[in-house]
Ligand binder design. Structure first.
Ligand code: GTQ
Length: 348
């Protein structure tokens, strides 16, 4: 090493400071403080036609009881090994067969279920069971006991598949994960089905209700109701150039998001809709309910059809086109970005 060779001098210096667990900011500043978001997550799609058989095969590979949760994790190709679909969010396809129970547990992670295929299975939250139908959006808030089950074949049970959306990566980043198992497979049922919906699902709340936490007091947002609202609005002439007809799900007691970390939406795109491009700093996972079309994400076109799941990373331009009347469910980390004043949106 000679003192008039700056790169050799620096390399030797970097070795010395590394021994003291230090590093030179000037080598990494541009990466640490980028001019705009540089998502490692990539746009990606899971075509249900390609994965459905594999999801069903999981049913003969392992029981729901042994698996605890029999789920195929949808892992973003840019986040390999992280069980993440975006930096903050997780997605998975869960299968429950007739007669099975996924045993009761609770954890600090918040979860949503979006029913993809099949009906009649149930999920229990806070002593109340909710029956699943395709297109229903169901929540299991942080630290609530939850178990899933499916009536036996004799009772009319059929395989049910839903999309799980959780804030697992966010909670891991925060080192705030706690979990425990319920002592029995299922929690006791203490309230009849529909109880929370009767209390909170009709633009009314119990007269002496006080808001004690940010989580929605209703557990299920039935597809029928959401679909009806979108339909009525479209017939009334509503149609945004970017979104078509798009509504967000609310906590009826606060007007806020159903859960503190995950935003959820449902939108209708009429046949021949050709949406303008937008980008946002929340990363979004879409699940197709009805219809066909194309999502252009960045420079790539992803053709979508029912039950497909696709992901749009932060700040990637997206535009939606529909070749048939289409309905899309989506969830994102918008509440987190919004609370931290990091939400930006650009519409072109
Ligand atoms: O249903 O409780 O996909 O705890 C991942 C973790 C589902 C669940 C998942 C979970 C669950």
């Amino acid at each position: 090493m000679t003192s008039n060779n700056p790169s050799a001098l620096r390399a030797a210096y970097y070795e010395q400071i590394a021994r003291q667990r230090m590093s030179p900011l000037w080598e990494s500043l541009h990466n640490l403080v980028p001019k705009k978001p540089q998502p490692k997550a990539q746009p990606a799609i899971w075509k249900y036609a390609q994965v459905r058989d594999l999801v069903m095969q999981a049913g003969s590979i392992i029981s729901a009881e042994e698996a605890v949760r029999r789920v195929l994790v949808l892992e973003n190709p840019g986040l390999q090994g992280k069980s993440s679909i975006t930096p903050n969010l997780y997605a998975g396809l869960q299968l429950i067969l007739p007669g099975e129970i996924a045993p009761s547990h609770r954890h600090t992670q918040s979860a949503l279920r979006f029913i993809v295929e099949g009906k009649g299975a149930w999920t229990a939250v806070n002593g109340e069971r909710t029956t699943m139908h395709p297109g229903d959006f169901i929540i299991t808030p942080s630290w609530t006991w939850h178990d899933h089950g499916n009536p036996s074949e004799e009772e009319g049970g059929e395989p049910v598949v839903w999309l799980d959306g959780l804030d697992i990566p966010l909670v891991a980043q925060m080192d705030a994960g706690f979990a425990e198992n319920y002592p029995e497979a299922t929690q006791p049922v203490s309230r009849p089905e529909g109880d929370s919906f009767a209390r909170f699902g009709h633009n009314m709340v119990p007269v002496r209700h006080r808001v004690s936490d940010p989580t929605s007091p209703i557990f299920s947002y039935p597809y029928e109701r959401s679909r009806e609202a979108l339909d009525a609005l479209y017939r009334n002439g509503e149609c945004d150039d970017w979104d078509g007809v798009k509504l967000r799900y609310v906590n009826p007691a606060t007007g806020g998001w159903p859960m503190p970390t995950i935003a959820t939406f449902m939108q209708f795109l009429p046949k021949c809709f050709s949406g303008k491009a937008y980008r946002t700093t929340d990363a979004t996972i879409f699940c197709v309910v009805e219809g066909k079309g194309t999502a252009r994400i960045g420079d790539t076109d992803f053709e979508f059809s029912p039950h497909d799941v696709f992901v749009v990373p932060s700040w990637q331009p997206i535009s939606l086109n529909a070749t048939d009347d289409s309905v899309l469910f989506s969830y994102s980390d918008r509440p987190i970005l919004s609370a931290l004043n990091l939400l930006r949106e650009q519409r072109r």
